[in-house]
Design a protein around this ligand. Structure first.
Ligand code: AVI
Length: 326
């Protein structure tokens, strides 16, 4: 027990060091950049829950429509794996969408272990409790940590076939080069017969997309500004949130939906004894939420060594879950 606590606090120290290094490096870049992967502290998690419930934010409902109403189509290529397999979900959260697939596979007699990967121990224990009640016969192996560390662990634990899922349009929070690298890294860990299921938000009416990230209630703005508060709290910094404003763009040609914070005045900010100067109207690049065309998805699959075996869209054709094999 003590050993476990020591390991946990060492993990916290390590991740704080990485956080500090990334933030200081990002603020030294030109243009300044902060990674949206750091949006999700406790308050950020709460704000993201609010975003998912906003009328403008369609992504969650679209993918839920797929998992809830087209479960059989999602399950079809997975059910064809005629041997025991592991179903690994990257960033599983509370498995709200995947639970429909898990139930379907379990009810139809598939022999599999569900391996949710998440960095949040809290969310994994909530998920475990929820799934144990909803699908008591489901075999679950919780993997807490970084995606690739845990994927390595999963591939070393068992040599069974693998189905890897990456839902929610999270692939869009990487630029195209990072997404290619990410998919290639997954590819390296898979074998023939394994599958990868990725959720992509599709290019659509640009107003619909921009509204989803530029909501009237200002929750997305608060979600971005919360990272400044997190840096203040964890890295002894003195960002004044009132001196920054959220600015969102969408380029319908490239599909890049980007969020920035704009410095409203010339100002200095101290983070861990380093001073950063901001000009009036200087930007911090905060997040990309890339939108995809069918061609973009095909190119990404091909460039990272996969081919698409099936795709399932929601009833509005706004979001697609694409299933790939190698
Ligand atoms: C988690 N991710 C897919 C969200 C997105 O749509 O890019 C994060 C988000 N950022 C602002 N709103 C939602």
């Amino acid at each position: 027990m003590n050993l476990q606590l020591e390991t946990d606090s060492q993990l916290e120290i390590d991740s704080l060091e990485i956080f500090q290094k990334d933030i200081l490096e990002g603020l030294s870049m030109s243009p300044k950049k902060l990674s949206s992967k750091y949006f999700y502290d406790k308050n950020g998690d709460r704000l993201f829950q609010q975003i998912m419930a906003m009328p403008e934010y369609y992504l969650t409902d679209c993918e839920l429509d797929i998992f809830k109403n087209k479960t059989e189509r999602i399950a079809s290529p997975i059910s064809k794996i005629n041997e025991p397999f592991d179903l690994i979900e990257l960033g599983a959260g509370d498995a709200m969408k995947s639970s429909y697939l898990l139930k379907y596979l379990e009810d139809s007699g598939s022999d599999f272990t569900y391996m949710p990967i998440d960095i949040s121990r809290n969310i994994l224990s909530i998920l475990n409790e929820k799934l144990s009640l909803e699908i008591p016969s489901l075999e679950i192996n919780l993997l807490e940590g970084d995606y690739f560390d845990m994927l390595n662990k999963a591939t070393s634990i068992s040599k069974r076939k693998k189905v890897v899922m990456f839902l929610g349009g999270n692939i869009g929070n990487m630029d195209l080069e990072e997404a290619r690298h990410f998919c290639r890294e997954i590819r390296r860990r898979l074998n023939p017969g394994d599958l990868l299921l990725i959720g992509f938000d599709l290019k659509k009416n640009p107003h619909t997309i921009l509204n989803a990230y530029n909501d009237a209630a200002g929750i997305t703005a608060a979600f971005n500004l919360n990272l400044l508060t997190r840096i203040n709290n964890e890295l002894d910094a003195d960002f004044n949130r009132d001196n920054f404003e959220h600015y969102q763009t969408y380029d319908p040609i490239s599909g890049a939906c980007r969020s920035f914070l704009v410095s409203l005045c010339k100002q200095k900010v101290t983070v861990k004894n380093s001073i950063f100067n901001f000009e009036e109207n200087e930007l911090i690049d905060m997040e990309i939420s890339q939108k995809f065309s069918q061609d973009d998805i095909e190119k990404l699959a091909k460039d990272s060594g996969f081919h698409i075996i099936t795709e399932i869209k929601d009833s509005k054709d706004w979001f697609v879950d694409s299933i790939w094999s190698i």
